[in-house]
Design a protein around this ligand. Structure first.
Ligand SMILES: Cc1cc2nc3c(=O)[nH]c(=O)nc-3n(C[C@H](O)[C@H](O)[C@H](O)COP(=O)(O)OP(=O)(O)OC[C@H]3O[C@@H](n4cnc5c(N)ncnc54)[C@H](O)[C@@H]3O)c2cc1C
Length: 360
């Protein structure tokens, strides 16, 4: 049985990988020594007693910090609350000149997001496991931010066909909403935005009925209502970038295609490494001279377990200066790619954007 501590390992992995500055900020607040002494901190483990953070000083010495819970937490949300409490306390104690951490910026950024109430206008199967769903209506005010822009697709609560959210939807209010009224959903990437007709295409992986979003997509028909909350994007190549590496599994194919569409205007060198089941599951991706697409077929192996993406990336001799790498795949698989690019290849943090799209 999965415990909240197993789930926390995933939360820690996400925070250590994507918000390392935030972890250092919290650890510096908890430590009894000058902030400048600490250069690195990682959320290490959690138990009913508390959280352990592994820290490294400028002189290379290492030590552990502990944050003790008042009483053993009963849910993941309670531990999350503790972590946000620590972040709030660190911010309250910080000098005004200390800039916001990446997590604080992300949270602040969500305040301005919009909710679009729309519905399905078309459904088309691209491959046996990838379904394009087109949303239309209610999108007049949608402003595209390009790149790998994504939205949270809000769906009817379990067992219902009516949408319980409106354009005033917020996450804060959602958390207070009783379960039977709470929308189901998941993040999906905008494959294509057609401003002339006000329609958005998204590519949904059909991975079975265990997931509410996948189950909904498998049955979606024209007229089905949905909300779209966003958009946000991670695609932010630093100035001077002139070559790209895109690493995706089936869930990231829409993101890769959208980014390729955008890059097409300047036609830089782009290497795409894409994993899917077999040749029947290959989709057309935008191409020009300079785009090199390597398909990795996992065959009968389960998605998210084959390790093909990291193997393919390791085989490459990467030309690091002016390279930007974007990844979207199963969390552990894409974490392995991020670690390799950062630690072995030596790419800088702003050259690497690897997002865990789902977790096996
Ligand atoms: C920023 C962002 C953008 C995304 N864009 C897309 C997109 O464009 N297209 C897309 O298909 N997905 C995309 N995803 C991934 C999608 O949100 C997840 O796959 C999500 O878990 C699907 O929700 P669900 O309700 O179907 O399944 P959940 O309820 O989340 O999971 C149920 C079970 O299904 C498993 N599972 C979840 N996803 C998969 C999968 N793909 N293959 C196999 N097993 C799976 C889980 O391990 C779990 O056991 C994106 C994710 C993020 C964070």
């Amino acid at each position: 049985m999965t415990t909240i501590y197993d789930e926390l390992a995933y939360v820690f992995e996400h925070l250590n990988s994507n918000h390392d500055d935030t972890v250092v900020f919290i650890a510096r607040h908890l430590a009894d020594e000058p902030a400048a002494a600490m250069v690195d901190a990682r959320l290490q483990s959690a138990s009913p007693d508390g959280i352990t953070i592994a820290c490294r000083r400028q002189d290379g010495s290492e030590y552990e910090l502990e944050h003790r819970f008042g009483s053993p937490p009963e849910s993941l949300d309670e531990v999350r609350g503790q972590l946000f409490g620590l972040l709030g306390a660190a911010r309250n104690a910080a000098d005004e000149s200390v800039r916001l951490t990446s997590l604080e910026r992300e949270i602040a950024g969500t305040d301005d997001l919009s909710t679009f109430i729309t519905s399905v206008v078309a459904v088309r199967d691209l491959t046996p496991n990838l379904r394009q769903i087109t949303f239309g209506g209610g999108l007049d005010d949608f402003v595209s931010i390009g790149g790998d822009q994504f939205l949270y697709v809000l769906l009817p609560p379990a067992g219902r066909s009516d949408l319980t959210v409106d354009a005033d939807f917020t996450w804060a209010a959602n958390e207070e909403t009783p379960e039977p009224e709470r929308p189901q959903g998941a993040y999906y990437t905008v494959r294509r935005w057609r401003p002339d007709v006000g329609e958005i295409d998204m590519w949904f992986v059909l991975h079975g009925d265990a997931g509410p979003a996948s189950a909904w997509a498998a049955r979606a028909v024209a007229g089905a209502p949905a909300g779209l909350w966003g958009p946000r994007s991670t695609f932010a190549p630093p100035p001077g970038t002139d070559r790209y590496l895109l690493v995706v599994d089936d869930t990231g194919l829409g993101a890769a295609a959208a980014v390729l569409d955008q890059l097409c205007a300047t036609s830089p060198a782009v290497d795409v490494i894409a994993e899917t089941i077999d040749a029947d599951h290959v989709v057309d991706l935008p191409e020009w001279d300079g785009v090199d697409i390597e398909w990795c077929f996992r065959g009968t192996q389960a998605p998210g377990e084959a390790g093909l993406l990291i193997e393919a990336v390791r085989r490459r001799a990467l030309d690091v200066p002016a390279l930007y790498a974007l990844g979207a795949a199963e969390s552990r698989e894409i974490t392995a790619v991020r670690k390799h690019l950062r630690n072995d290849v030596g790419m800088a943090p702003d050259q690497v954007a690897m997002t865990g799209y789902w977790r096996r």
